[in-house]
Design a protein around this ligand. Structure first.
Ligand SMILES: [Ca+2]
Length: 204
């Protein structure tokens, strides 16, 4: 008798599963075809697109070359520094650390790994809006022996503004040298009487 009950029970389970599968695949409760539905194929997207009506967050930023930064972690010498703002802070790769001179004029020299050919220098400050926009006046000189320097960028005021990434980029004719010297003579920032640089970068 128990065997018969077991057979009946199994039969009920098998029939229930079969009925459920039938309902599922015939679409009683699932997606049904409907003549009012239009199927649209999604367009191929090969690259992210930014809407024309919205300004891209990087649109105003000063762009830098993607080549190697020849100044990264190189030896540097400065004519002075203030407090903890030591010269090596300007080549350590972090915009949150910076060199600050103790007054003007202030010289800052980067020694490259032997004579290198380059055509761009960039100076950065922390891009945080906590840093007020400021102008710094400086010139750029180069040397192959560390003694005789030639001016390749005459003294001029350059604007540092968080709105553009707090970055100043200067391009010039390709030159070859081992030493790159910056001579600062002014900084319009209200809370310092020295030159300030978070990162100095030199590109091929
Ligand atoms: Ca730094």
């Amino acid at each position: 008798m128990n065997k018969i009950l077991a057979y009946v029970f199994c039969a009920i389970i098998i029939l229930s599963i079969g009925a459920s599968a039938f309902i599922f695949f015939t679409g009683t409760g699932g997606v049904q075809e409907n003549s009012n539905i239009t199927i649209v194929t999604t367009p191929d997207q090969t690259a992210p697109e930014w809407p024309d009506a919205i300004v891209h967050p990087l649109a105003n930023m000063v762009a830098l070359p993607e080549t190697e930064n020849l100044a990264a972690l190189r030896p540097v010498v400065a004519s002075s520094f203030t407090d903890i703002y030591i010269p090596s802070n300007a080549v350590d790769g972090y915009v949150t650390s910076y060199w600050e001179s103790n007054g003007f004029p202030a010289e800052f020299t980067v020694e490259l790994d032997g004579n290198q050919t380059f055509q761009t220098v960039a100076l950065r400050l922390n891009p945080s809006s906590l840093w007020e926009a400021r102008g710094q006046v400086f010139e750029v000189q180069v040397s192959t022996d560390g003694n005789h320097f030639t001016t390749i960028v005459p003294s001029d005021r350059h604007e540092f503004d968080p709105e553009t990434g707090n970055t100043v980029r200067i391009d010039f004719d390709q030159t070859t040298a081992q030493y790159v010297r910056f001579i600062f003579t002014a900084n319009t920032a209200s809370r310092t009487n020295g030159a300030q640089v978070a990162e100095i970068l030199i590109f091929e």
